[in-house]
Design a binder for this molecule. Structure first.
Ligand code: ATP
Ligand code: MG
Length: 408
């Protein structure tokens, strides 16, 4: 069976990883002798070793075969001077929460330990950074998720633990709960409370399966933007907001995977090839290194647009420049060029040529008979305030909470 799946994936997979492709889903299901549902529930693509070395657990991953999908650690960054004087009115500085972090933060030390407090229940999968298993805390039967991070990412595990630890001070924020951490030989293990009966958000918003009603969408996104507003108010950026890093049950939603998140410092340079392409903000796609919290708002806005319009993902580029082009096709060329001029972002001539000549599209153009019941003038207005090139003008997470969409 694995052989047949492998042949199938080699034949169709390379050019057609798109889960919106109903034919692909149907074909995989038929080959497995089951229903279309098999594609999701059995994670056929996920567990096939022929697809890619990267495993996406139980998630639908539209950009599975592309190579610049995740964080590029090789990107050159200038070192940062934590003692420098900063003019907070500098255009390169975030307009909000710009001076929360004043000294260099050393991430948590993860203590020695072993797994004897926990019994493993099920292997959930392997990602770039970690192996993830579900388990039980033996002392009281609490259901947990054990994320064993690969040794070479120890620093990142310490950052992840540190950041979640800070965020968990805010009990009501929709952020995964870290309950324990220890070193298992050279690998750090982070233990989270399991969100039971949850799925990653991509299951719920992927257009073919979309089962969210408007009331749930408002409730969940309000929680997510609230989570982001808390995160940002504590001087932290998530940097990998995507549907696969949001888990949702019937009545709860949580932002998980803080593996590449970071503390914001004004004028510090950050990796632009961080996170996942389809959710990258224009300033990242333009390789502008002084970006800030606003990249998370863009990412969550793109997911909201996916949810409302049942178009998954909303901006679907095949590589970094094509991703920018997809954004420009919606937001227009003129504002992009103005944005580049304002922030002194250089575009090479070839790319400039590719990006010119597009008018800003009205988001109403995306309304069709499949999504009409979810779209309102209020949500369009909110998305228009998120889909702004200029990250210093883009609405902040905290401002989103006040938006009419969540009140009507
Ligand atoms: N608290 C939790 N409750 C339920 N499921 C969880 C929880 N935490 C993680 N998971 C599951 O484990 C998966 C992997 O977790 P996470 O994204 O933190 O790991 P990762 O190795 O960083 O992933 P990747 O490299 O794919 O981004 C999630 O997609 C989710 O399905
Ligand atoms: Mg993840």
């Amino acid at each position: 069976m694995l052989f047949i799946i492998s042949i199938f994936l080699i034949t169709f997979g390379k050019q057609s990883p798109d889960p919106n492709d109903a034919f692909l889903n149907q074909s995989i299901a038929v080959m497995l002798g089951g229903q279309q549902k098999h594609y999701y529930d059995n994670n056929v693509v996920v567990h096939s070793s022929t697809t890619n070395q990267k495993n996406h657990y139980s998630s639908i991953s539209p950009d599975y075969f592309d190579d610049d999908e995740t964080t590029d650690f090789v990107e050159q960054l200038q070192s940062y001077d934590y003692n420098q004087d900063i003019n907070l009115n500098d255009l390169r500085v975030s307009r909000i929460h710009s001076d929360i972090n004043k000294i260099e933060i050393m991430p948590l030390i993860i203590p020695e330990g072993n797994m004897s407090n926990y019994a493993v229940k099920k292997y959930l999968g392997e990602g770039t950074f970690a192996f993830v298993q579900s388990g039980i805390r033996l002392s009281d039967g609490l259901l947990v998720v054990l994320k064993q991070i690969k040794s070479k990412y120890l620093w990142w595990a310490r950052m992840e633990a540190h950041i979640i630890d800070i965020l968990n001070e805010e009990k009501k924020a929709s952020i995964v709960k870290l309950i324990d951490m220890y070193m298992n030989n050279t690998s750090p293990v982070l233990v989270f409370e399991e969100l039971q009966n949850s799925k990653t958000l991509d299951y719920r918003i992927y257009s073919f399966y979309h089962d969210l009603i408007l009331e749930e969408i408002k409730r969940f996104y309000l929680q997510l933007f609230y989570g982001l507003s808390i995160t940002h108010s504590k001087g932290i950026m998530h940097l990998d907001i995507k549907p696969q890093n949001i888990i949702v049950s019937n009545d709860d939603i949580q932002i998980i995977d803080w593996g590449v998140s970071d503390f914001y410092y004004p004028l510090k340079e950050y990796r632009t090839r961080v996170g996942t392409r389809h959710y990258r903000a224009p300033e990242q796609l333009l390789h502008y290194k002084h970006y800030d919290y606003a990249v998370d708002v863009w990412a969550l806005g793109s997911i909201l647009a996916s949810t409302i319009f049942k178009k998954y993902p909303f901006f679907k580029g095949r590589n970094n420049d094509d991703q920018l082009l997809q954004v420009v096709k919606v937001l227009g060329s003129q504002d992009l060029f103005q944005f580049c001029e304002k922030y002194d972002i250089k575009l090479n001539e070839k790319l400039k040529k590719t990006l010119q000549g597009y008018e800003r599209q009205a988001l109403e153009n995306y309304i069709d008979e499949n999504n009409r019941e979810l779209v309102s003038p209020a949500v369009i207005d909110l998305l228009n305030k998120i889909f702004v090139y200029d990250h210093r003008i883009r609405i902040s997470a905290e401002e989103v909470l006040q938006h009419e969409f969540f009140r009507e």
